[in-house]
Design a protein around this ligand. Structure first.
Ligand SMILES: Cc1ncc(COP(=O)(O)O)c(C=O)c1O
Length: 371
């Protein structure tokens, strides 16, 4: 995993991973995992609450909490499991889970499978959320949002959400899978970027498989929250703990996330460079200041066609189609990484402008062919 990937013997420039800081292939993280395997073996042997929780897991939890400034953190095997587990633990019968319409599937599944009722608010529309919340018992409710929306790259209006949560005394949870490590001067994610603290956003879910380049997830919050989840989050309790080597790798990754802030600076300058030049080319980019830069294509066939043309030029961008995104909004989800250099972005832009020319001629050809 890096700026380049090899698929069936051919090398491509990779614009499809979530390896935002370019850490997934870092040898220092691999070395940390190897030493931990030599010490612990590979398997954790059981769930955390039996004998699966090692000192590597414990230290990772402590270091994450310390870095984020929360009282505690709790590891989950994946972000999907964390979201399912947290929402199901917190929502009782007659409770309500309020979700942004574009929340990640794992949050929506958490809401759907909970014992309460899930209500989705129109994307980023706080006033609509306020209306929908009327008449619901705030002490049994949870507001949940993605920090960075995974297919659009835009961010949640976190300040306004925190204000509404405070006003209505409702719990607020953020899934910062794509923000943690990337956004904020220290990489602490959307909460840091919005100038908020963890008192404003009491439940923070972060993943370790994206900017951290490893695997797994965590929730950070108060002592009481974590104690409660240890007792109630079924996807934490009833599953084998991740291998200790993964925890050791994530600890090494955390050190790099903290120490190598140049990765964030470099990434941000690549994002600006890409957006500036793509806009000059007339590309239909979404409103995103994050490494996720969607190029909207409309129908799925067009997205597939452009993706294939890019592949012919050695550029790998996977097309994202319905039902992952709404009907008529198929897109190329271009993701940028600190592993990229400016020259890689130039190659992407030049390939895109070539595809666009072909695409325009295909589109103007169409009516003629139909005639
Ligand atoms: C916003 C968001 N939340 C949660 C997840 C799930 O995390 P994981 O891959 O660790 O299961 C993803 C993607 O994988 C995501 O994009």
């Amino acid at each position: 995993m890096g700026a380049e990937i090899e698929i069936e013997g051919r090398t491509y420039l990779n614009f499809s991973s979530n390896d935002y800081l370019g850490l997934a292939g870092d040898p220092r993280i691999a070395d940390a995992a190897i030493s931990a395997i030599q010490r612990y073996g590979i398997g954790s042997g059981s769930a955390h609450l039996i004998v699966g929780h090692t000192d590597e897991h414990q230290r990772l939890e402590q270091e994450l909490a310390q870095w984020l400034g929360t009282e505690r953190a709790l590891l989950f095997s994946t972000g999907y499991m964390a979201n399912m587990g947290i929402i199901n633990a917190l929502i009782e019968p007659k409770g309500h889970v309020f979700e942004d319409a574009l929340n990640h599937a794992s949050l929506l599944d958490g809401g759907l499978l909970s014992r309460g009722r899930m209500i989705r608010w129109p994307h980023r529309d706080i006033e609509a959320l306020r209306q929908l919340m009327q008449g619901c018992d705030p002490s049994r409710s949870l507001i949940v949002t993605d920090g960075v929306f995974s297919m659009d790259g835009d961010t949640a209006p976190l300040k306004a959400l925190a204000e509404l949560a405070r006003e209505t005394q409702t719990l607020l949870m953020i899934d910062d899978a794509h923000g943690i490590g990337v956004l904020g001067a220290q990489g602490r994610g959307c909460v840091e970027q919005a100038g908020l603290t963890f008192h404003d956003v009491p439940i923070i879910m972060g993943t370790l498989g994206k900017a951290f380049g490893v695997f797994g997830a965590f929730v950070a919050g108060s002592d009481t929250l974590i104690d409660f989840l240890v007792q109630r989050a079924r996807t934490y309790i009833y599953t084998t703990a991740p291998p200790p080597a993964l925890a050791a790798a994530a600890r090494a990754a955390l050190r790099l996330v903290v120490e190598e802030s140049w990765r964030r600076d470099h990434l941000m300058s690549l994002i600006k460079y890409f957006r500036h030049n793509a806009t000059a080319l007339g590309l239909a980019l979404g409103a995103s200041e994050t490494p996720i830069q969607p190029l909207l294509c409309g129908d799925s066939r067009r997205a597939l066609m452009i993706s294939r043309q890019l592949a012919q030029q050695g550029i790998w961008v996977t097309p994202i189609r319905p039902p992952t995104v709404p009907e008529g909004s198929a897109r190329l989800r271009i993701s940028l990484s600190a592993a990229h250099q400016k020259e890689h972005i130039d190659q992407l832009l030049s390939a895109l402008s070539q595809c666009l020319r072909v695409d325009e001629s295909v589109q103007t050809d169409k009516p003629r062919q139909q005639e």
